[in-house]
Design a protein around this ligand. Structure first.
Ligand SMILES: CC(C)(COP(=O)(O)OP(=O)(O)OC[C@H]1O[C@@H](n2cnc3c(N)ncnc32)[C@H](O)[C@@H]1OP(=O)(O)O)[C@@H](O)C(=O)NCCC(=O)NCCS
Length: 193
């Protein structure tokens, strides 16, 4: 699949670029990532470089995973002069599972839910998937809030499907949104209260 951009009210989602490597390395060295993500730890610049030059383009090329950089639209000049990267959002096409992170200093603006909503629509428009899924390790309230605000239904606590850094499957909160489901916040998110 050829990478495509997505636009929301405040954001542009486009491809991570070698110029983003230092920002990605800095943001991913956050202790929240050690706790809640399966990304390497300690996170080094070489991990960010491999992510941008290998993992992301490989995912598009094989159509297994679509990944975008999240940037502020108002800062974007053109595709050669990119706005700074705020975070990353992606979806694995075999399972419909989304993933996301935002650099610590950009949190608290509901950017991720805004990005996630448009990713969900892109999946339903461009694939045959009937359901988009979300999961996070138990306790990651910020991630659960993002899924809740993006219109996912809470589907309970279960063993996660994405292996943690040590290869184990961890108790996880799970959510889903179906193709025909209204894109509104749903009741039932007791874990975020
Ligand atoms: C999860 C994450 C992407 C949320 O991004 P975001 O765009 O800041 O999300 P929101 O602005 O919608 O805030 C979501 C929740 O984060 C918390 N939050 C708000 N401001 C915050 C800040 N400045 N710093 C940290 N957390 C904050 C609040 O609990 C908020 O919920 P609320 O809307 O009820 O206040 C971000 O916290 C992150 O990158 N975390 C580390 C990586 C991670 O856990 N990714 C998900 C793996 S499943």
């Amino acid at each position: 699949m050829e990478p495509f951009d997505l636009i929301t009210e405040r954001l542009i989602l486009n491809q991570p670029h070698v110029e983003d490597i230092d920002d990605i390395a800095y943001y991913c060295a956050d202790t929240e990532f050690e706790k809640y993500m399966a990304t390497p730890w300690p996170y080094e610049r070489e991990h960010a470089a491999e992510f941008v030059t290998g993992y992301v383009p490989d995912g598009w090329q094989s159509n297994k995973e679509w990944t975008w950089a999240i940037r502020e639209r108002s800062m974007q000049v053109d595709n050669h002069n990119r706005a700074p990267l705020l975070g990353v959002v992606g979806v694995r096409l075999q399972t419909g599972m989304v993933g996301f992170w935002l650099g610590a200093k950009h949190r608290g603006n509901s950017y991720t839910a805004e990005a996630l909503r448009t990713v969900v629509e892109a999946v339903f428009e461009r694939t045959e998937l009937e359901t988009v899924k979300w999961e996070c390790f138990v306790g990651n309230i910020a991630s659960a809030r993002v899924a809740e605000k993006a219109g996912f239904r809470y589907t309970g606590e279960a063993l996660g499907t994405i292996p943690a850094r040590d290869g184990s499957l961890k108790p996880s909160w799970t959510g889903a949104i179906d193709r025909n489901e209204p894109r509104v916040e749903k009741p039932g998110w007791l874990v975020t209260r």
